[in-house]
Design a protein around this ligand. Sequence first.
Ligand code: MN3
Length: 212
Amino acid sequence: MIALPALPYAYDGLEPVISEITMRTHHDKHHARYVDVTNTLLAETPTAGSTLEEIVTKAWLRSARKLFNNAAQAWNHGFFWQCLTPDPPELPEALREALRKSFGTVEAFTKQFSDAAAEVFGSGWTWLIQKRDGALVIVSTANAGTPLTQAHKPLLTCDVWEHAYYIDRRNERPAYLKHYWRLVNWEFVAGCLQDPKPWIATSAVVRESLRA
Ligand code: MN3
């Protein structure tokens, strides 16, 4: 069984950028549904895995598409909520340096990330990830796609499914992306960069054992 994590802030905490009704719908309906379907499928799949990260990675490698789609969406949303905050902190210096090293400037990073998010065709996610060689890279994933399946360490994500912005912005994804930067929890991102994230190693081990 996996649990629906509570939002780390009030439903109206991200207003006026993201409305309370969007957050209630997104968390209590969409995210909750992914958790419920995952739990239904887990009841039928005793070897699915124990942690959510393991469930996602195994389902991907076994082509258990319905379980993967729902478990990955459950994981992606839990991560996404933590990337946002009503009180955005200053960019920590170590993270600023890491972004400069990979992208030249912080502004170049945010533009490249926004451009990638704008270009996602249909539903998906844009991520800042750290590859296993240490490089910071922007990637987009379609539908429920998640960097966990590549054993990449996610640092930041933006949900570009229409349900993330349609109530507030209708079809204007660029407006959603422009204001997204007013909510980014840079301390969370910096914490992800520093944290070895043991489940990344778990994902890598699962990946290698199932590939063998
Ligand atoms: Mn979503």
